[in-house]
Design a protein. Structure first.
Ligand code: BG6
Length: 475
């Protein structure tokens, strides 16, 4: 790779040190990005030596404090450059003077600055080039509702062509997410079962034990619906429900995801109440440690009505999925920490020796902590007695000796290579807000139900389930 640059705007911030630089360092160590030149850009009046020390400290914290690593990290940091500047086009021109060739701009900035930064880059003449390419990576959230997302789109498109805008959702870089597509579409045995004739329900869950941490300012304006459901969980939903694509082309994949969103039965003011639930954590205990209530967390207003748990039921009005509820839920400070897509198959009638029906099969894609595929099945219990029991067939995703790449590593490589398949196109964002705007509207009044930290979330989440369904226990 020659003459390829990454310029990180917001290079002194949290995202850069916690996620981007560790990922870039690991890619560099694995030999993927040896010729990539990385430049940090931020308002802090730092020398490049100061920036390098700052990043090296971050790598020690977030990668390893091993002595050998330390030497490699010093080498990596020695290649970093730094430019001081604001988000004004005049100041950004300095980037153009110092960095030549193809440039990937990464906006590691607070979300309210995305639009202004994208416009200023364009006004500084950096959105186009005759030597190589220019791309823009934007972190979520892409707006906070339909209207603000549309406004952000207009600002960005005033300077950037859509094909050069990469909206990142790190769940799309996770191994199991990418495996979901391969597993679904490359195996003959699955497709005949992947429809409402055989599938009873789908549960996409992402409970977390973490609280709001140091992100009060962002989180209290976002809440669980905007922070997790609108992006990460809805992406998993689309990948689970989409039709087989005719090719792996980025446009085809994204067209198919949009088709799913367009087929979701919209919420209206009557249905919104029985298809959604929200909660807020109170004090409790997690791993035997007492933790405070959300309203007691530093930086959170004592009367905050922000939801830290959100759940909803999607219904899809198409041939494949009519009558199959898709349940999505995520919450902070819950009993356990994992992400999974759990598919429940319909029951087999009278299948057991005593004439009763066998329990439903489940197919579970675990995204974390350990990425794996699990099949919950019924088998004969070993022994003389003709009895049955439930067995779980587990295929771990990781392979011994094969290094795993983080979601950020995967997506940064894709962005550098110009592969947009795992980035969001604007219409995906637009349709997700179209679906969720009525929920946001309904939640402007009232307050979330309380749930104790370390619990399974608020009881009202059960009300959105179709008769006969229950949430898989948080485990
Ligand atoms: C982020 C959310 O996008 O995803 C966080 O802002 C959440 O609130 C995180 O904790 C979960 O991602 P992961 O990869 O740590 O499960």
């Amino acid at each position: 790779m020659s003459d390829t640059n990454l310029v990180i705007l917001g290079a002194t911030g949290d995202l850069t040190q916690r996620l981007l630089m560790p990922a870039l360092y690991r890619l560099h160590q694995s030999g993927y990005t040896r010729d990539l030149k990385i430049t940090g850009y931020a308002i802090e009046d730092w020398s490049k030596e100061h920036f390098r020390d700052h990043i090296q400290e971050a790598l020690r914290t977030f990668v390893s404090d091993d002595k050998i690593e330390d030497k490699h990290q010093t080498e990596f940091c020695a290649g970093l450059d730094y430019i001081t500047g604001s988000l004004e086009a005049g100041q950004m021109k300095e980037i153009g003077r110092r960095v030549k060739g193809s440039i990937l701009f990464y906006l590691a900035l607070p979300p309210p600055l995305f639009g202004a930064a994208a416009v200023a880059l364009g006004e500084a003449g950096l959105a186009q080039t005759t030597e190589g390419w220019r791309r823009l990576v934007i972190e979520k959230p892409f707006g906070t509702d339909l209207a603000s997302a549309e406004m952000l789109r207009k600002q960005i498109h005033s300077q950037w062509a859509e094909e050069n805008v990469l909206r990142i959702d790190h769940f799309l870089g996770k191994e199991t997410t990418q495996n979901l597509m391969v597993f679904r579409f490359a195996n003959r045995f699955l497709e005949p079962l992947w429809n409402s004739a055989h599938i009873a329900q789908v549960q996409i869950s992402c409970p977390e034990t973490l609280g709001v941490e140091h992100r009060a300012a962002y989180y209290d304006h976002a809440g669980a619906l905007r922070d997790m459901l609108q992006n990460h969980l809805m992406q998993l939903f689309c990948l689970t429900a989409m039709e087989p694509p005719s090719s792996w082309d980025a446009e085809v994949l994204r067209d198919h995801k949009v088709e799913v969103l367009r087929a979701v039965v919209p919420f209206n003011e009557h249905t919104v109440c029985n298809r959604v639930a929200r909660g807020q954590y109170t004090a409790g205990s997690i791993d035997s440690k007492n933790v405070p209530a959300y309203r007691q967390e530093s930086g959170i207003p004592v009367n905050s009505n922000t939801e830290t748990f959100a759940a909803l039921r999607f219904e899809i009005n198409n041939w494949r999925w009519q009558g199959v509820p898709f349940y999505l839920r995520s919450g902070k400070r819950m009993a356990s920490d994992y992400s999974e897509i759990a598919i429940q198959f319909r029951q087999v009638p009278d299948a057991l020796p005593d004439g009763s029906a066998a329990p439903n099969n489940w197919m579970i894609f675990r995204l974390q902590p350990q990425e794996s595929l699990n099949l919950v099945a019924t088998a004969k219990k070993p022994g003389m007695e003709f009895a049955t029991h439930t067995v779980v067939l587990t295929a771990p995703y990781a392979q011994e000796g094969v290094r795993e790449f983080s979601a950020y590593e995967q997506l940064l490589m894709d962005a550098i290579n110009g592969n947009c398949s795992h980035f969001l196109r604007f219409d995906e964002v637009e349709w997700s807000w179209r679906l969720l705007d009525p929920v946001l509207h309904a939640w402007r009044t009232g307050s979330p139900e309380e749930y104790a930290s370390g619990s399974e979330g608020p009881p009202s989440q059960n009300q959105l389930l179709t008769a006969g369904h229950s949430w898989r226990p948080v485990q």
